[in-house]
Design a protein around this ligand. Structure first.
Ligand SMILES: [Zn+2]
Length: 449
């Protein structure tokens, strides 16, 4: 079995920072401590003066998901390669429930596609139909280690929405079996009222996308979901929270977990005024600078639990110009820049790097039942880690991306890319270049709830 020693790095974990060595055998960390002794066969990486972080868990990606006209631009192979370049060693993606399919069938389809991934993959189960047969599958899926389910409070026309009453029934089942309910929280009534103003479908400017999905939609939905979490005792994970009002409301409910995304932390609705404004169209939309600052404050106050990329990229040609704003494909890439841009922000803002670990790996591991092996660098954990030069901050990184995409949202922002990434003991990125990684593994939750 191969053996690898990483010496003298500053190991940054959720509970603090220590100068330590990490010894890896095969896929697993077998020792963490001072001056570990090794045999002659052990490969040694000198990490003196470097930072070591746990491999990043991106809890929210959409690799190759079907849209009206094709799929999002990255499939599991290309997207996971980009992920590794940016330090993400685990992605949690979603099943897609097609008409007539059971949840199990939808899981089998995505499992097959995810076999191409070069990093580890977990799958959340989308529930977009409320039927007795579908509900009956939930306990069995949880017992198989698929403990997270996602529902939508909007997208009625697309046939994806569940009513609050239906969501409550789903939450009761999931809560009583120790699973997690994830919710896309935008109130459909608020959106329908706001977007009805543009029913003539002649508006093409992307800023109408934001106007048609007002911040109030999030507040209304979170209020309802908070009450559902109390009544059902189910942990409800709010995906891509993006408004100040939503954050304040979510903090009132202990069973709500909050995810935000890099685009809400790094960009504002001003982007829609740019010449490439259509490329920033995603749902929920980008918000005001005040919302953005509230999210940063919420991070420091412990009100945000995870940061997921909501990676759903499109190339320039995929988003046609001058079409009704309703027809612009929704989504942006972000899995590759997730950690590098956030780390640079944490450094520039002087924030605690252990907090960054919580937000980008250890909290997601706990919420989704992966914490025995992920989000922590300790004996028995998967050897997923990043080595980063503290002096590597740069605004000039775009040409170094390992991506099939021809556009990214974060051009010119400061970023710090890992020089080395190790995924299950294998060096998958070296001198900031992706090597030839083996395939990732499909993850199952080992501790429901
Ligand atoms: Zn999403």
């Amino acid at each position: 079995m191969s053996s690898l020693l990483i010496q003298n790095g500053l190991v940054i974990q959720a509970d603090g920072q220590r100068q330590e060595d990490i010894l890896i055998q095969g896929e697993t960390i077998v020792a963490v401590g001072q001056e570990l002794g090794v045999s002659g066969q052990t490969k040694i990486i000198d990490a003196s003066g470097k930072w070591i972080f746990p491999g990043v868990i991106d809890p929210h990606t959409h690799m190759g998901i079907p849209i009206k006209s094709g799929t999002s631009a990255d499939d599991f192979a290309s997207g996971s390669r980009s992920a590794l370049h940016g330090g993400v060693t685990t992605i949690l993606d979603f099943t897609v429930l097609e008409t007539g399919q059971s949840l199990f069938e939808s899981l089998e389809v995505r499992k097959k596609l995810a076999e191409k991934a070069l990093c580890d993959v977990g799958l959340h189960i989308n529930i977009t139909r409320f039927e007795p047969e579908i509900l009956a599958e939930i306990p069995h899926l949880i017992s198989m280690g698929f403990n997270s389910f996602k529902v939508f409070t909007t997208y009625k026309e697309a046939g994806m929405m569940l009513t609050y009453r239906e969501i409550e029934t789903v939450a009761e089942i999931i809560g009583s079996h120790g699973g997690v309910l994830m919710v896309h929280a935008e109130d459909d009534g608020v959106i329908t009222a706001a977007s009805g103003v543009y029913a003539d479908r002649i508006k093409t400017h992307p800023e109408y996308h934001a106007k048609s999905r007002p911040a109030e939609a999030e507040l209304r939905a979170i209020e309802q979901l908070g009450e559902i979490s109390k009544r059902t005792d189910c942990t409800i994970y709010i995906v891509h929270l993006n408004t100040a009002a939503g954050l304040v409301k979510a903090a009132e409910y202990p069973l709500l977990k909050v995810e935000t995304c890099p685009h809400y932390l790094l960009l504002t609705e001003a982007m829609y005024k740019q010449a490439d404004g259509r490329m920033f169209v995603s749902s929920p939309p980008l918000r005001t600078a005040a919302d953005q600052e509230a999210l940063w404050q919420g991070i420091q106050d412990g009100l945000v639990h995870t940061i997921g990329s909501d990676h759903c990229p499109f190339c320039l040609g995929d988003k046609a110009q001058n079409i009704p704003f309703q027809d612009i494909p929704n989504g942006m890439g972000g899995v590759e820049t997730l950690f590098p841009t956030l780390l640079a922000q944490f450094v520039e803002r002087g924030l605690d790097l252990s907090l960054l670990v919580k937000l980008t790996s250890s909290n997601a591991a706990k919420i989704f039942g992966l914490n025995l092996f992920k989000g922590i660098l300790s004996l028995g954990a998967n050897a997923d880690l990043l080595i980063i030069d503290p002096d590597s901050i740069t605004r000039n990184w775009e040409s170094g991306l390992d991506t099939i995409l021809d556009w990214n949202a974060y051009t010119g922002l400061p970023a710090m890319f890992p020089e080395t990434v190790i995924c299950r003991g294998e060096i998958v990125v070296s001198t900031e270049q992706v090597q030839t990684p083996s395939k990732g593994k499909l993850l199952r939750s080992t501790s429901a709830g």
